[in-house]
Write a protein that binds this ligand. Structure first.
Ligand code: NDP
Ligand code: HSE
Length: 446
C-alpha cells in the first residue's frame, strides 16, 4: 500500500501547454487531487503552466495565477514535467532540460518522439528518470503500455490500426453524410481532434509518427518517421467513397507495421511500416470504427489477436492517458523503481515500401469493345499480378462514366508486392484502349 499522502512531500508537476489537452490535464490534476494523492502516496502539486500567451482567454477551470511564459524557469522547479505543447522546439530542449535536472517526463508529442525519440530515451536512461508517452499514440487507448510491457514476453507479428482521429472522422463524415473533405476537416479542428496544422493529419504524418512509435516498441527496433511509407487521404474522392460502399467496403486510413520473414525467393526479413488509405470490408471490425475513434489490432505469436478500441483524440480522453503516466512516474518517485527503457536490441532491417504485399482494387475507364478485358488481364499476368475478380459495374449515380463506348472496370487483385502492382498499373495505363486509371486502392482486412 502506498504511504499516506501526508508522509511524503508533494511532488511538483510542471505543465507545458494549456491548449486542447493541457487544459484538461490541469482540470483533472485539480479536480481529482485527493484521489491522485491516495493513489500515488503524495500530493501532486501543479506548480505552473507554460503557455505562449499568458493574456489569452482560457477555460474557466484554469487557475490563471499558474500561467507563465517562462517555460525554462518552470521546468527547473519540477519533479514531473508534462509536455503537451507539441512541435519539435522548444519541446525537445525543455524535455532534455527537465531530464538533466532529474525530473520524470510525460509527453503526448508523437511528432517529436518519431523524429527524435532516441535522444530523449538516451538522456532519460543516463539520468535514471522515467519517460512516458501513452498519450502519443491513439489518445485515450492504452496501447503503448500493453505493447511495451504486457507483450514484452511475446513476439509481435503485426500491428494494424486506425490511429488518427481526424482522418477517421473525415472519412466517416464523407461516407455517411456526403460532406466534402475540407468541411469535415474544419469540423475536426473545431472539435479539437486535429493537429495545430491539420496537414499533419490529412497527409498521414501524424499516423506515420504513431506507426513509427508502435513499430519501434513492437519490434524492438528503431523506426523513425522517415522509415514509414506514407500516403494521406487528400487523394480520396467522393467517387472513391461511393464506390467503396457499392462494393461492400469503407475507406480507412490505416497504419500497418509487420514483421516479415525472409522468403525462399530471396525477399529479406525485416519490418514493413506504412500508412495509407485502404478499402476495408464492412464486415471487418475496423469498418465500424466511427468518428474520431481509433482501434488497433495487435497479432502476437502466443497471445494471438488483441484489439484495442476507444477515443483517439480530444482533450479529456488524451488527458486521461497523460494522467495515467503522471501517476506511474509519481509512484516511482514515492516508492522507488523506474519504467522501461528503450529496447532496440533486435535491430531489424526496415523494408522499403515496394516490398509491402497487399491486395488492390484498380478502377479504370476503357474502350467498351471486345478483347479489351483480355488485354488488361494479360498486362497483369505479365507482371505476376493475379486477378481475384473483375466487375464491369453499371451502378447508376455511382459511376461517372457517361460517355457512350466507354466502360468502367473494377479489378480486384490477389495479394501482390507493391513494386509489381506499380509496374502493372504503369503498363495498363499505356494500353491503347485504356482511357484513365481512375483509382488504385489497397484492400486490407479481407
Ligand atoms: P494546442 O495547440 O491546443 O495547445 C498547445 C499549447 O501549447 C498551447 O497552450 C500553447 O500556448 C502552448 N505552446 C505552444 N508552443 C509553445 C511555446 N513555444 N512556449 C510555450 N507554450 C507553448 O495543442 P493540443 O493540446 O491539441 O496538443 C498538444 C500535444 O498533444 C501535441 O503534441 C499533440 O500532437 C498531442 N496530442 C493531441 C491530441 C488532441 O486530440 N488534441 C491527442 C493526442 C496527442 P498558447 O495557448 O498560449 O497558444
Ligand atoms: N490529431 C490527432 C488525431 C490527435 O486526429 O488523431 C490525436 O493524436
Amino acid at each position: 500500500m502506498p504511504p499516506a499522502a501526508e508522509s511524503h512531500p508533494p511532488l511538483r508537476v510542471a505543465l507545458l501547454g494549456c491548449g486542447v489537452v493541457g487544459t484538461q490535464v490541469a482540470r483533472l490534476l485539480t479536480e481529482q487531487a485527493d484521489d491522485l494523492a491516495s493513489r500515488v502516496g503524495a500530493r501532486l502539486e501543479l506548480v505552473g503552466i507554460a503557455v505562449r500567451d499568458t493574456a489569452a482567454p482560457r477555460d474557466a477551470t484554469v487557475d490563471r495565477s499558474l500561467l507563465t511564459d517562462d517555460a525554462e524557469g518552470l521546468v527547473a522547479r519540477a519533479d514531473i514535467v508534462v509536455e503537451v505543447m507539441g512541435g519539435t522546439e522548444p519541446a525537445r530542449s525543455l524535455l532534455l532540460r527537465a531530464i538533466d535536472a532529474g525530473a520524470a517526463v510525460v509527453t503526448a508529442n508523437k511528432a517529436l518522439l518519431a523524429e527524435d525519440g532516441p535522444t530523449l530515451y538516451k538522456a532519460a536512461d543516463a539520468a535514471g528518470v522515467d519517460i512516458y508517452f501513452e498519450a502519443a499514440v491513439a489518445g485515450a487507448i492504452p496501447i503503448v503500455r500493453p505493447v511495451r510491457e504486457s507483450l514484452a514476453g511475446d513476439r509481435v507479428r503485426r500491428v494494424l490500426g486506425i490511429v488518427n482521429g481526424t482522418t477517421n472522422y473525415v472519412l466517416d463524415q464523407m461516407a455517411t453524410t456526403g460532406m466534402d473533405l475540407e468541411d469535415a476537416v474544419k469540423e475536426a479542428q473545431d472539435l479539437g481532434y486535429a493537429e495545430a496544422d491539420p496537414t499533419a493529419d490529412v497527409e498521414g504524418y501524424d499516423a506515420a509518427a504513431k506507426a513509427a512509435i508502435l513499430a519501434s516498441l513492437a519490434f524492438h527496433t528503431r523506426v523513425s518517421l522517415d522509415d514509414v511509407a506514407r500516403e494521406g487521404i487528400m487523394s480520396v474522392t467522393a467517387d472513391d467513397v461511393a464506390w467503396a460502399a457499392q462494393t461492400g467496403h469503407v475507406i480507412k486510413l490505416l497504419a500497418i507495421a509487420e514483421l516479415r520473414d525472409a522468403t525462399p525467393v530471396g525477399a529479406p526479413a525485416g519490418v514493413s511500416v506504412r500508412v495509407h488509405p485502404a478499402l476495408v470490408p464492412t464486415s471487418h471490425p475496423l469498418a465500424n470504427v466511427r468518428g474520431s475513434f481509433n482501434a488497433v489490432f495487435v497479432e502476437a505469436e502466443s497471445a494471438g489477436e488483441l484489439m484495442f478500441y476507444g477515443r483517439g483524440a480530444g482533450g479529456a480522453p488524451t488527458a486521461s492517458a497523460v494522467l495515467g503516466d503522471v501517476v506511474s512516474a509519481a509512484r516511482h518517485r514515492v516508492l522507488g523503481g523506474k519504467g522501461p527503457q528503450e529496447s532496440t536490441y533486435a535491430e531489424l532491417a526496415i523494408l522499403p515500401a515496394s516490398a509491402a504485399v497487399t491486395r488492390y482494387q484498380v478502377r479504370l475507364d476503357v474502350d467498351d469493345r471486345p478483347g479489351v478485358l483480355a488485354q488488361v488481364a494479360h498486362a497483369l499476368a505479365e507482371h505476376g499480378v493475379s486477378i481475384e475478380a473483375v466487375r464491369q459495374p453499371t451502378a447508376p449515380g455511382v459511376s461517372d462514366v457517361a460517355e457512350p463506348g466507354v466502360a468502367e472496370l473494377l479489378i480486384t487483385t490477389h495479394a501482390a508486392p507493391e513494386s509489381a502492382l506499380s509496374a502493372t498499373v504503369a503498363a495498363v495505363a499505356e494500353l491503347e484502349p485504356v482511357r484513365t486509371i481512375t483509382s488504385v486502392l489497397r484492400v486490407e482486412g479481407a
